[in-house]
Each structure stands twice: as C-alpha cells, then as structure tokens.
Design a binder for this molecule. Structure first.
Ligand SMILES: Nc1nc2c(ncn2[C@@H]2O[C@H](COP(=O)(O)OP(=O)(O)OP(=O)(O)O)[C@@H](O)[C@H]2O)c(=O)[nH]1
Ligand SMILES: [Mg+2]
Length: 167
C-alpha cells in the first residue's frame, strides 16, 4: 500500500519482484540500477552467497519522477521450471494473504524471462499456464535488459491507475 508523505509531497510505493529461484529477479534490478541516473536512485543493497543466489532480498530505492509504484512477478520460461513457477504462484498467494493484500485488486504484471533460451516454453503456453487475472504479460531477457523497463513501466501504469482511484 502506498505511504503518502504530505509535507514532502511524496508518494512511496513498494514494488516486489517475486519469482522462482534463479528466475532473474536480481538481473532485472541490476539492469535498472545500471541504467538509471545517479540522482534517481539510492544504493542497491544485495546480499549474495558464493554461488550468487540472493540471500533474503535485493533492495533498490528508485525515484520514478511523477510516477510511483506494486507487484510484479517473474517466470523463468524454461520448461523444466514450470513446476517452480506454479510453486511461486502458490507462495505469492499465501504471502499476500498473510499481509492482508487482495490479489484481485493489487497492481500486478507477469514477466516471462529468459526468452533467449532454446528450451523456453512458448508465450501462449506460459500465458495459459500462469496468467491469473488478465494481467499484462511481458517478455524479458533480463541479462540483456530486454523487457526490463517495459515491465517496470507497465506496473507503474497500473499503480498510478490504482492511486487515481484512491485505492
Ligand atoms: N539466458 C538468460 N539467463 C538469465 C536471464 N536472466 C537471468 N539469467 C541468469 O540466470 C541466473 C539467475 O539470475 P538471477 O538474476 O540471479 O536470478 P534470481 O531470481 O535473482 O535468483 P535468486 O535470487 O537466487 O532466487 C544468472 O546466472 C543470470 O545471469 C535471461 O533473461 N536469460
Ligand atoms: Mg536474486
């Protein structure tokens, strides 16, 4: 939910990148971090193990100008990750419930990442398997920056629409 600081005329929102292990969450944030202006961002905080798995989470404060930001999810397109994607979806639903957030109304987009890999499932097939509520679906190759800002922008659009509604 947005935190509104009236004196500072600021709206602060939290966008969460949720996805299966090694799906490319950090790669998305790293690309955003590397391609935003110095004065637009805070320090990216990222804790990794020796094998580069993220411990806990990455954190990237970002100023989107007049636009602010909620929930995005990543899917690893590789066929062998389909079960992991299903599991992530279930986890996400549980976590939202625990935080009293309603999935049907929360701004939400789905990024299908790793589109460059030969074993990627087709977009129509992944859409059939993973789309939940007609959310925008974006294709990504996070390590090359493809779809990264498009995903962020699409989500920001939904968040703005929600804020306008006063939700
Ligand atoms: N080929 C390909 N590899 C990718 C892509 N995105 C990420 N990777 C690679 O996949 C691996 C995992 O990416 P991360 O960004 O660390 O994934 P993550 O979701 O943050 O992983 P955890 O936080 O450990 O769960 C890394 O080796 C990345 O370089 C992509 O679009 N295409
Ligand atoms: Mg990570």
């Amino acid at each position: 939910m947005p935190f509104i600081n009236f004196p500072a005329r600021e709206i602060n929102c939290k966008l969460v990148y949720y996805g299966p292990g090694l799906g490319g969450k950090t790669a998305n944030l790293q690309w955003i971090y590397d391609h935003t202006g110095q004065n637009q961002k805070g320090k990216m905080v990222s804790l990794a193990t020796e094998t580069d798995r993220t411990l806990f989470f990455d954190f990237l404060p970002l100023d989107l100008g007049t636009v602010r930001g909620f929930k995005t999810r990543l899917a690893d397109s590789q066929e062998e990750r389909l079960d992991a994607n299903f599991e992530t979806m279930e986890n996400l639903m549980e976590h939202l419930k625990e935080h009293n957030l309603n999935f049907t109304t929360i701004p939400y987009v789905l990024q299908l990442n790793k589109r460059d890999l030969p074993n990627a499932m087709t977009v129509p097939e992944l859409t059939k398997q993973l789309q939940k509520k007609g959310e925008p679906i974006l294709e990504g190759v996070a390590i090359q920056g493809l779809g990264v800002f498009e995903t962020l922008k699409e989500l920001a659009k939904l968040v703005l629409a929600e804020l306008k509604k006063g939700g």
